[in-house]
Write a protein that binds this ligand. Structure first.
Ligand code: SPV
Ligand code: MN
Length: 634
């Protein structure tokens, strides 16, 4: 190891860092890290650089500075702060986000927002030149997954935003000590972020120079002129894109999934599920179901450990949608959000004259004026097109540590992860998929359920809302190498796994002809407990053309046991009839999507989709539009 003091960047870093910060950096004896900090200090030209370790003092330094720089403001309750992103920076920005790959790979990336690497790097490096002038940069080390575990991925973030540093401290495990124990040359992900020039409210103003560029050859992400955490916090979606690529290369999986465990108190067992849902389709609500235990709500790594399918939650906190979190629908999160003394960042909600946060669907009346994501807010405020501006953004969020939640699973921190017993794919449609259906086997689950997942677009992404869009594995925004290869890796992952978990497709959003939801919001608990009983071989099922559905008597018993509700057979039949035409249409949409957007998609998958459409078309002759539960056999 060459002495870092002789490193080309040493004089620059010594001039920008306090002796204490410089010592913390050099103590790690990590030349790659030193070069990373040196290179981007030289390029971005911050006035000073602060190096964090894992101490509470450094966490406090970041917190205090996020208040001093007014990126966050204190709310009435101790520990609670509010952060605002700019008016046009309220969600992920696909237009500004690119996967940088080699020239040869670009044509194979289809829908995956690719750009030729050299060109992209030159463009974003030009924007980064001098971008941190007048500011302090912080260097923060964290770890994805439990530290010193088979799942760990070390990460280094440089940012000029204390809000980003603060969010990372709440959302990820501190990683300085993890770096200290790393072998020489061990890989780590690198993230550079700058909020860029700010207006008087502390918001990024040069949105035309907003870039979120993932360099997938070098495992580094460069993010400029933005603040919304989905664009700025390196360890969240940037890291996810890098992990998906790395996993594809190494034969494991990084999925856009929660990790939770269903509690069967009568039998004294805990059964772990992982589930992928596009944004705003019930993902956090499933992970947070009352009576069950949460491990994570957004990103999971899967590894085969001694023949077992095991998962960790990559994160240590939740960056959750706050809309509709209220005492009735999300009692646990709601209570946590009201608790003084916990460190919680609210973002893009209304701050009332009482200096308390108010959000849409909170279940309490909101003040008629205050401060919000649009600045000074008053009832009746409209935008320049005359459209009313809501008091809180529909993608407004809360950021908190998972450890605050009463229902955290003690297995959360296990270094070997938790054994996964069931996988869930959840979409959002009003007239196609039944509430829960088990796939016949892993491969058909991936091709017919995970690949055909789709959803209405939501406010988590800037752009039009309410458009039906394909969402392979709820992961389209994050897949970072050609889709066909990604699907193949999902299929291949279970080779060598002794007990392959069944795949369930769920849909909480079926409606009747009048547009009313057919079930209440907590019915999902019954579907999950049915899956739990299936996994433990305690209930049978009816065959459908695409898998297996529950029998009426088993659901009736669960509704009675869990909610003391009388679940009617009429409702069961309505919920679980197989809807042939919508399924033909859904698979046909998938075929079109993959044909146009996934140039490397193997012919074999198209054959499976097409033969399924033929099979369903033939079934229509026999059954008419619907197949009643129990009326189908192979
Ligand atoms: C999501 O939309 O899936 C999120 C929030 O988890 S973001 O960080 O914006 O991606
Ligand atoms: Mn997510």
């Amino acid at each position: 190891m060459p002495k870092l003091d002789q490193n080309h960047f040493a004089p620059l870093l010594k001039s920008k860092m306090s002796p204490e910060s410089y010592r913390k950096l050099t103590d790690l004896e990590n030349e790659a890290l030193f070069n990373f900090v040196g290179e981007y200090t030289e390029l971005c030209e911050p006035d000073s650089v602060y190096m964090c370790d894992d101490s509470n003092e450094d966490a406090e330094y970041i917190r205090e500075n996020s208040l001093k720089t007014r990126e966050e403001k204190p709310l009435t309750k101790k520990g609670h702060t509010i952060h605002y992103d700019g008016y046009n920076d309220q969600g992920r920005a696909p237009g500004a986000t690119k996967n940088l790959v080699s020239k040869e790979l670009v044509p194979l990336m289809g829908a995956l927002l690719a750009k030729e690497r050299e060109e992209g790097l030159a463009e974003v490096r030009e924007i980064l030149k001098g971008i941190m002038k007048g500011k302090e940069a912080i260097v923060k080390l964290s770890c994805e997954g439990p530290t010193r575990s088979p799942f760990s991925i070390a990460c280094a973030q440089i940012t000029d935003s204390f809000y980003v540093g603060h969010s990372e401290d709440l959302l990820y495990r501190r990683g300085y000590d993890h770096f200290r124990l790393m072998a020489p040359g061990e890989r780590f992900f690198r993230f550079v972020h700058s909020a860029g020039r700010l207006d008087e409210n502390g918001n990024s103003i040069e949105l035309d120079k907003r870039r979120i560029y993932q360099d997938l050859d070098d495992y580094i992400v460069l993010s400029t002129n933005n603040q919304y955490a989905g664009n700025s916090v390196g360890l969240k979606k940037h890291s996810m894109r890098l992990s998906i690529k790395l996993a594809g290369t190494e034969g494991w999986l990084c999925e856009h999934m929660f990790v939770m465990s269903v509690q069967n108190e009568k039998k004294g067992r805990s059964t772990c599920f992982c589930g992928a849902f596009p944004s705003a389709c019930g993902k956090t609500a499933t992970a947070m179901l009352p009576g069950e235990k949460i491990i994570g709500d957004d990103i999971a790594y899967f590894r085969n450990i001694n023949g077992e399918f095991r998962a960790v939650n990559v994160e240590n906190g939740i960056f959750g949608i706050i809309k509709d979190v209220n005492a009735v629908d999300d009692p646990l999160i709601f209570k946590t959000l009201q608790t003084p003394g916990l460190e919680i960042i609210f973002s893009n909600v209304l701050t009332g004259p009482d200096n308390e946060p108010y959000w849409q669907g909170m279940g309490v009346s909101h003040p008629k004026k205050g401060w919000s994501f649009s600045g000074d807010w008053f009832e009746g405020k409209t935008d320049d097109k005359g459209v009313p501006i809501p008091y809180a953004h529909s993608n407004a969020r809360y950021t908190l540590r998972l450890g605050y939640l009463e229902n955290i699973d003690p297995a959360f921190d296990d270094k070997n992860g938790v054994p996964v017993k069931g996988i869930i794919y959840g979409g959002r449609d009003s007239d196609t998929s039944v509430p829960i259906e088990e796939s016949t086997d892993w491969k058909s689950g991936i091709i017919l359920k995970a690949c055909t997942l789709e959803s209405e677009t939501t406010s988590a992404v800037i752009g039009q809302e309410g458009v039906l869009a394909p969402q392979p594995m709820a992961n389209l925004d994050f897949i970072s190498y050609p889709i066909g290869a990604y699907i193949a890796n999902n299929i291949k992952f279970v080779e060598g796994i002794e007990k392959v978990p069944p795949i369930y497709a769920v849909n909480y959003f079926l409606r009747d002809e009048k547009g009313q939801f057919l079930t209440h919001k907590l019915a999902k608990k019954v579907w999950l407990h049915w899956a739990e009983q299936r996994i433990h071989k305690e209930v049978g099922a009816y065959r459908t053309p695409l898998g297996f559905i529950p029998k009426y008597e088993d659901l009736k018993a669960l509704f009675a046991e869990i909610f003391a509700e009388d679940f009617s057979e009429g409702l069961y039949r309505e919920l679980f009839k197989f809807r042939i035409d919508p399924w033909i249409a859904k698979i046909s949409r998938a075929v079109r999507f993959y044909y146009h957007n996934a140039p490397d998609c193997p012919k074999e998958y198209f054959q499976i989709w097409k033969s399924t459409v033929h099979k369903l078309t033939a079934l229509k002759e026999r059954h008419g539009k619907f197949i009643e539960p129990g009326a189908y056999s192979e």
